[in-house]
Design a protein around this ligand. Structure first.
Ligand code: PLP
Length: 405
């Protein structure tokens, strides 16, 4: 039987292939160190869990909640933007709560896309950026990811040659998977371009608080006038280690926020009220929980960069996010990222995310998530060292002769 039209547009998840191998290795007793999925392993801070437990006792919270988010939650998000970015938001018209930023992003695509609309999307990138729009009937034109002057020539070509003219441009800095961070100057240039060509800007700022140097990532909404064309998505998943809670936000341009709010009002009743109240409590906190999360990821990053480097697998230190984006060691690069990732599971008991899962431009890379503790990251490095040092002798059919040392 033929696949349904929408399902045909969704290729089997590349990560699923590595996951299957991982599961069968584990079933065979292997201790797989999982740096594959970006699924935060840290517990949600106790005060947030306590708030949920307290509120859930009140039966009034068991009813349908508010699709756009309870007023206190939207006010707390507006206060966060004012405090952190100096951006003033009207919680009534410029903020909507979402069931995680992924849901918000996908439903924004549903809300604004007409069949055949052209969307400018980074490659490589987090899959929903492209597939949210593909599911909504849009067409993707790939853009480069480096947030520097090399970003603009392809953008200009896209505007010149796309028919119809592009509807929207997607930004994601700090970037998953590359960990690139954008400056405010870069955003200024992007907004000037978008306004000139009447293009909507959708910014995914899921990693706003996971950064490792003294320069916190800016919001594109800090650019004067950005509000005219921009919506930005943030997430509680990484900032407060709440991935399973499904809580995020879209903020920005009123017309776009209103479109998303309308679509959502037909689809959901909002997150469970105790979750919304606990999220409000988290956002109104003093920030110490966030600092702790940041420190844990930073220590893991340092351990990974050092131990993997010593093992012969160079990992550039990411300035932000919970990921490192590492080029596949040269002698394995010809295999492509999926085959290399499978090898790492089979021969080194380490799972990583193949770069091709984020787009064809990612195929020389793998993404390493900082979701195992320091001890296990060191163990992963030892396993990889052993694998790399024995590969020449044991993998005649995999490593071509001319790439051997
Ligand atoms: C760039 C990016 N955006 C969005 C998400 C999804 O976040 P949420 O849990 O808020 O849906 C992720 C999760 O990994 C991500 O990396």
């Amino acid at each position: 039987m033929e696949e349904f039209h929408k399902v045909r547009r969704l290729p089997p998840y590349v990560f699923e292939q590595v996951n299957r191998l991982k599961a069968s290795a584990r079933a065979g007793g292997a201790d797989i160190i999982d740096l594959g999925m970006g699924n935060p392993d840290l517990p949600t801070p106790k005060a947030i869990v306590d708030k949920l437990c307290e509120v859930v006792q009140d039966p009034r919270t068991h009813r349908y909640s508010s699709s756009k988010g309870i007023p206190g939650l939207r006010r707390a998000q507006a206060a966060y933007y004012a405090r952190r970015f100096g951006v003033k938001l009207n919680p009534e018209t410029q903020v909507v709560a979402t069931l995680g930023s992924k849901e918000g992003f996908a439903n924004m695509a549903q809300a604004i896309t007409a069949p055949g609309d052209v969307i400018l999307c980074p490659n490589p990138t987090y899959p929903i950026h492209a597939f949210g729009f593909l599911m909504a009937g849009g067409v993707i034109r790939s853009m480069s990811v480096e947030p520097d002057e090399s970003f603009f020539p392809p953008l200009e070509r896209a505007v010149r040659h796309s028919i119809p003219k592009p509807l929207a441009l997607i930004l994601n800095y700090p970037s998953n998977p590359t960990a690139y961070v954008a400056t405010l100057d870069f955003y200024k240039d992007v907004i000037a371009f978008a306004k000139k060509h009447d293009i909507i800007v959708l910014s995914d700022l899921a990693y706003s608080e996971i950064y490792f140097n003294d320069a916190p990532p800016p919001s594109v909404l800090e650019v004067p006038g950005a509000m005219d064309v921009t919506v930005e998505f943030t997430s509680m998943s990484k900032t407060f280690s709440m991935p399973g809670w499904r809580m995020g936000f879209a903020v920005g341009n009123e017309r776009l926020i209103s479109a998303l709010t309308r679509v959502k009002s037909y689809l959901d009743y909002g997150a469970f009220t105790p979750i919304q109240v606990a999220a409000t409590h988290a956002l109104n906190g003093d920030g110490s929980d966030i600092a702790e999360v940041r420190n844990v990821y930073k220590r893991r990053r340092d351990v990974m960069v050092e131990s993997f480097g010593k093992a012969g697998f160079e990992v550039p230190p990411p300035a932000a996010t919970m990921f490192a984006w590492a080029k596949i060691p040269e002698k394995f690069r010809h295999l492509g990222s999926l085959e290399f990732s499978k090898l790492l599971v089979e021969k080194a008991d380490v799972a990583v995310a193949p770069g091709v899962g984020f787009g064809e431009q990612g195929d020389d890379y793998v993404r390493l998530a900082l979701v195992e503790n320091e001890h296990r990251i060191r163990q992963a490095a030892r396993n990889i060292k052993k694998f790399l040092s024995t590969a020449d002798d044991t993998m005649h059919n995999v490593i071509s002769l001319n790439t051997r040392r």
